[in-house]
Design a protein around this ligand. Structure first.
Ligand code: CU
Length: 84
């Protein structure tokens, strides 16, 4: 799946949170997150995934955005989310 340029197609059959990375710029924090459906069942695993420095920081920011709403809803209260 490594290409210098171009398009790829990926089909997700299972709901959850998926991380992806740009292989050559992973260490510089070039990562992204795709949330499939509403499930946040694998949120803890996504948060604790081992990543290098800047990628870890960036991934934490992204995961807090995609997973936060569902998690806050599930918890019912005690959201640490800033209001929009
Ligand atoms: Cu890159």
């Amino acid at each position: 799946m490594r290409q210098a340029a171009g398009e790829i197609t990926v089909t997700f059959d299972v709901e959850g949170i998926y991380g992806y990375k740009c292989a050559p710029h992973f260490g510089m924090g070039m990562v992204g997150v795709i949330q499939v459906g509403e499930s946040t069942a694998n949120l803890d695993a996504a948060e604790t995934a081992k990543l290098p420095g800047k990628a870890k920081t960036r991934m934490a920011e992204l995961i807090s955005q995609v997973g936060g709403a569902g998690r806050a809803e599930g918890a019912g209260s005690g959201s640490t989310w800033p209001a929009d």
